[in-house]
Design a protein around this ligand. Sequence first.
Ligand SMILES: CC(C)(COP(=O)(O)OP(=O)(O)OC[C@H]1O[C@@H](n2cnc3c(N)ncnc32)[C@H](O[C@H]2O[C@H](COP(=O)(O)OP(=O)(O)OP(=O)(O)O)[C@@H](O)[C@H]2O)[C@@H]1O)[C@@H](O)C(=O)NCCC(=O)NCCS
Ligand SMILES: Nc1ncnc2[nH]cnc12
Length: 295
Amino acid sequence: MGSTSELTARPFAAVATPARPHATRLADHAVAALIDEVTLSPKPGLVDFRGRGAHRDLSWPLMCHSARTLHPAFAAMAAAGEAEGELQALRERIGAIGRDGEAAMLRATGGINTHRGAIWALGLLVTAVAQMPGRGDAGLVAARAAALARLPDRFAPAATGHKGERACRAYGVGGARAQAQAGFPHVTRAALPTLRASRERGDPEDAARLNALLAVMAELDDTCVLSRGGPTALAAVQDGAAGVLAAGGAGRAAGRRALRALEKHLLALDVSPGGAADLLAATLFLDRVEAQATA
Ligand SMILES: CC(C)(COP(=O)(O)OP(=O)(O)OC[C@H]1O[C@@H](n2cnc3c(N)ncnc32)[C@H](O[C@H]2O[C@H](COP(=O)(O)OP(=O)(O)OP(=O)(O)O)[C@@H](O)[C@H]2O)[C@@H]1O)[C@@H](O)C(=O)NCCC(=O)NCCS
Ligand SMILES: Nc1ncnc2[nH]cnc12
């Protein structure tokens, strides 16, 4: 987690270093969700505790280091959410913090994109929770985050030139931006209900989380997959994930066999569902926040 020296060493985009316990706790939850996500195994194509998946430049230690580096950015976004009532001003303030957070991530990783999508999704959610003290309902938080995501940011570059943006244009999908603007439907309508249904039927926690990831993969237009493998690879990810769930999911022997086959297939295609991984982290964050609010 962010040490005091980390918190004071890098002030984020004109936002005072947060000395707010609630903001710090929300940043703790966001970082923990990222570390839980990357550690969860076995994830098909993705970095996990076992290895690099379909990635050559990412690893579990690098992803954990990146996650910890983001603590001050999440704390600054939460502090901004607590302090700022006016949504347009807040949108532009967290946009600046998000861009600074991205720059900190790239410094920490030597230029490798580990968590750009996660900064975006978790940044919006952390800010939204901070605006709603004592209320952890995932649907309300996601709706608040969506309202922020839909506001324009006058200081954002008109085009990022990133792979996700290019994939959105090439394949006519909405990507990370549209997912947030729609209120994270794959999180609230697929991943969270799957996570809870799996727990209720007695699946081990890791299997419940893998099932939540698969529920996202089965439906998401993941621009990470599209960028590397186009629509054919996206269909393989979506159909494969749906097949694992239909076979009983990660908590059942048949589901685990299907999951191993899916992993082989994605490695052969050299694709990785990075967008779905970000949304799993968002799911785990909202799950933690809800649990804390009702504790
Ligand atoms: C709006 C932004 C997210 C900018 O997005 P942009 O259009 O510029 O695109 P990307 O840089 O590609 O970022 C989008 C990332 O979002 C994830 N993602 C993909 N599809 C979806 C989806 N359908 N829904 C939700 N999220 C999705 C994904 O992130 C993960 O993948 C990253 C690794 O991807 P990549 O670099 O392609 O990696 P490799 O395959 O390993 O590359 P090679 O090895 O092949 O080279 C990883 O980072 C995961 O996080 C997409 O990559 C936003 O950034 C923005 O506008 N920010 C400005 C600041 C701001 O306003 N902030 C507001 C508050 S936070
Ligand atoms: N576990 C993971 N592997 C690859 N890319 C990711 N982006 C976010 N989490 C990831």
